[in-house]
Design a protein around this ligand. Structure first.
Ligand SMILES: NC(=O)c1ccc[n+]([C@@H]2O[C@H](COP(=O)([O-])OP(=O)(O)OC[C@H]3O[C@@H](n4cnc5c(N)ncnc54)[C@H](O)[C@@H]3O)[C@@H](O)[C@H]2O)c1
Ligand SMILES: O=P(O)(O)OC[C@H](O)CO
Length: 333
């Protein structure tokens, strides 16, 4: 049993806090919104993000950063990817120098093309950084529906420590030392879920979705291989698992955003409809640039990045994808 601080009181921070609490840890959640923090402490709910679900009664929350960082030296990060660096900079004077950081984020920083664990390395000057990722929709996991995840860390010891922190009878956590592959897979699936959503919004069915998911998986594997990560991470929970969950579920915010975008053709309408963190929107162009840097073709990701940027319509993007000359269907090329 450990003491753990969860940083972020949105859908995922609150869900991770419940899992950690169910796993026997003492948990304090930090959030910046006083009303939400009060609600967690008094009625044990977070209605804005998690409807009427009742959180564990032992779970408490604070807006006070000093309290949050004094509480423990295990910090679970659950803020949006694009704010992580500025958050870490402002938290740095308060953190324990021996702290362990566990990222739960699925995005790429637009301004630097950094992965989330890279940002923690850079800003906090530590190697003690793990991540937990996989097919985990908050709205299902908060109901304690059975789910699996992968805890990835640079060392087996840290990956095992992360597994032990999170594992519960309903949350099966596997380990990996392929941080790069698992983290890239998590960021890319957000983009592929947008692509699938767009196709649904345009009125297409399962064949189109299956093609996008499978070719998207291929893009994950090729990007992993080109970066020296294990391409087989693409076939695990972080890759295929998360593609299945996010692309297959109307609960995915990325897929839902894509659906509205595909139907309306308007980013503004989609933003209004899904006013929560949609990592694939910010990250699509960053993932594309990462791919271009290593010379990997990623046509599905490129189509999404162009639609999000407004340089091509959803239907022209799909036409473009369908016109690409097909080749042998190798998993990694
Ligand atoms: N929701 C899920 O099902 C799920 C599952 C796995 C991973 N994730 C990942 O978790 C991360 C967070 O997503 P979420 O679902 O909790 O999003 P959310 O929109 O539900 O909540 C985001 C939280 O971050 C806070 N926030 C926004 N800007 C901030 C800032 N500048 N500084 C500090 N806090 C800020 C918000 O107030 C809110 O509490 C994302 O990277 C997402 O990919 C989400
Ligand atoms: O709602 P999404 O699209 O951010 O997906 C949530 C989780 O990442 C699914 O594993």
């Amino acid at each position: 049993m450990s003491k753990v601080t969860v940083l972020g009181a949105g859908a995922w921070g609150s869900t991770m806090a419940q899992v950690l609490s169910d796993a026997g840890n003492h948990v304090l959640v930090w959030g910046r919104n006083q009303e939400i923090v009060n609600e967690i402490n008094t009625s044990h709910t977070n209605r804005k993000y998690l409807d009427e679900n009742v959180l564990p009664l032992g779970l408490s929350a604070t807006t006070n950063l000093s309290e949050a960082f004094e509480y423990s030296n295990i910090y679970v990060l659950a803020v949006p990817a694009q704010t992580l660096r500025e958050n870490l900079k402002s938290w740095k004077p308060l953190v324990d120098s021996d702290a362990t950081y566990i990222s739960t984020l699925k995005g790429i920083e637009v301004s630097t093309l950094s992965r989330m664990t890279e940002i923690v390395h850079e800003e906090m000057n530590t190697e003690n950084v793990a991540l937990i990722t996989g097919p985990n929709l908050a709205t299902e996991l908060i109901l304690r529906q059975p789910a699996g995840a992968v805890a990835a860390a640079p060392t087996k010891i840290l990956a095992e420590k992360t597994l032990k922190l999170f594992a519960t009878p309903y949350y099966r956590v596997y380990t990996s030392t392929d941080v790069l592959g698992c983290e890239l897979a998590g960021a890319i699936k957000s983009v592929i879920a947008l692509a699938v959503g767009i196709s649904i919004g345009m009125g297409f069915g399962e064949n189109t979705q299956a093609m996008l998911i499978t070719r998207g998986l291929n893009e994950v594997a090729r990007l992993c291989a080109a970066h020296g990560a294990d391409p087989l991470s693409a076939a695990g929970l972080a890759g295929m698992g998360d593609l299945v969950a996010s692309c297959g579920s109307p609960l995915s915010r990325n897929r839902t955003f894509g659906e509205v975008l595909g139907r309306s053709g308007s980013m503004a309408v989609a933003r209004e409809h899904v006013a929560k963190t949609v990592e694939g929107v910010a990250s699509s162009n960053a993932v594309l640039e990462i791919a271009h840097r290593v010379g990997v073709e990623v046509p599905v990701i490129e189509a999404v990045a162009d639609v999000v940027a407004g340089t091509i319509s959803p239907s022209d993007a799909l036409d473009r994808l369908m016109e690409i000359t097909t080749r042998a269907e190798n998993f990694i090329r």
